[in-house]
Design a protein around this ligand. Structure first.
Ligand code: PLP
Length: 397
């Protein structure tokens, strides 16, 4: 007998759970790509994509995953031999920097480790030391999906301004757009990348690069620009065909249309952020109670620095892999594997709680975790589920 039979829950940080309505919208024959519904739909999707990022500026769409958006961001703005500053807070921004190095860009890296956010003091030092302003762009992740840290992108802009440094500010919001609050224009972000398969609740396969006039001016001199990744024809195409430098991702667009309606028109972006915040607090409350006396803890100690989209848990004692396996086979839940936690890979797992996620799903994961800890005799303190339900009920701390 297995209690996992039933609807499986993929609780990993992307691809996230896709609403049935998104999937159903994609289940159709190939549409007319010359005129009519699909063409009209794309002109409506573009302003909605901008609303989700809270920007008035441009967005280019790609048939790609997040790595494609990374490459598009780099190639549209940089030249071989130019320098960028990479602010590493986990696997992801470091990966973006490695890609830049492979393209011939000089990546200066500050690594803040696997359980911390960006230390603005160290960024300020690096910017002040760069007297000739060789650094063209500062690259950060809003949320690092490996560590589940959320960086303060607005404070990063203030740090650049205080240092009077002209570098552009790039933010990777692939994990957290439409989960964690973000204001591209108000926070002074020059370029932002995201993908379809996390907060946007659409299958992997579309990526988005948002850029303001300052980043677009860098496109004039960037020697890494290539015809396929060039954002100019994609953001203001004179022909529909140019939006995607070829055939449009027809079915993804139908799915994305429904997902954007659900976020912006039905629930409302601020309510979407609030839902993510409350569900995340329920998860944190459970682990804080379970881990009171033991080794179990949330990877990011300070609540204000945690993402509302993903939680990295340090179970200690090599217990994470065992529990993750139990969850798959006995409870029908797949949790995220650790990324970059090479010193103790069996101590960590991640819970994705981004996008189409509600209270019963989160409580189901937490209840299953408690059952798994009991079954595997993993020591834990009592009160985890009570603490989580109190957050959901609105009666908790
Ligand atoms: C998922 C993710 C990526 C990579 O996206 P892919 O679609 O897997 O290429 C990059 N950065 C962050 C912060 C992510 O969460």
């Amino acid at each position: 007998m297995s209690l996992a039979n039933g609807r499986h829950y993929l609780a990993i940080p992307g691809p996230s759970v896709m609403p049935d309505r998104v999937l159903q919208a994609m289940h159709r024959p190939a549409p007319n790509i010359y005129t009519g519904e699909l063409v009209d739909m794309v002109s409506d999707i573009v302003p909605d994509l901008k609303s989700v990022a809270r920007t008035r500026h441009d967005v280019a769409m790609y048939i790609a995953n997040g790595h494609g958006a990374w490459e598009a961001a780099l190639t549209n703005t940089l030249s071989r031999g130019e320098r960028i500053l990479i602010l590493g807070t986990g696997r992801f921004c470091l990966g973006w920097g490695e890609m830049a190095s492979a393209l011939g860009v000089e990546a200066q890296v500050i690594d803040f480790g696997l359980a911390s956010d960006i230390d603005m003091g160290r960024v300020a030092e690096a910017l002040t030391a760069d007297r000739d302003h060789r650094i063209k762009a500062v690259l950060a992740v809003h949320v690092d999906t490996a560590t589940s840290v959320r960086n303060d992108i607005q404070a990063l802009r203030e740090t650049l301004n205080a240092a009077d440094h002209p570098a552009m500010l790039f933010s990777d919001n692939i994990a957290c757009l439409a989960c964690d609050e973000f204001h591209m224009d108000d926070w002074g972000v020059d370029l932002m990348v995201t993908g379809s398969q996390k907060g946007l609740m659409t299958p992997p396969g579309m990526a988005f690069v948002y850029f303001n006039p300052k980043a677009d001016a860098a496109r004039d001199t960037a020697d890494l620009v290539t015809p396929y990744w060039d954002w100019r024809p994609r953001s203001k195409p004179e022909l529909f065909y140019r939006y995607f430098c070829g055939t449009a991702p027809t079915h993804h667009l139908y799915g994305l249309r429904v997902a954007l309606d659900m976020i912006l028109k039905e629930e409302g972006l601020e309510q979407v952020w609030a839902r993510h915040a409350t569900l995340a607090r329920a998860i944190w409350a459970a682990f804080e109670a379970w881990g009171q006396g033991g080794q179990m803890r949330l990877n990011i100690a300070e609540a204000g620095k945690r993402s509302n989209a993903v939680t990295t848990v340090n179970m200690g004692g090599g217990n994470a892999t065992r529990l993750r396996e139990w969850m798959i086979h006995e409870a029908g839940v797949t949790l995220g594997i650790p990324l970059g936690m090479d010193a103790a890979p069996d101590d960590f797992f991640r819970i994705g709680h981004m996008g189409h996620v509600n209270a019963q799903m989160v409580l189901g994961v937490l209840g299953s975790l408690q059952a798994g800890m009991a079954a595997l005799q993993i020591p834990h303190d009592p009160g985890g589920l009570e603490a989580a339900t109190a957050v959901i009920a609105g009666t908790g701390a």
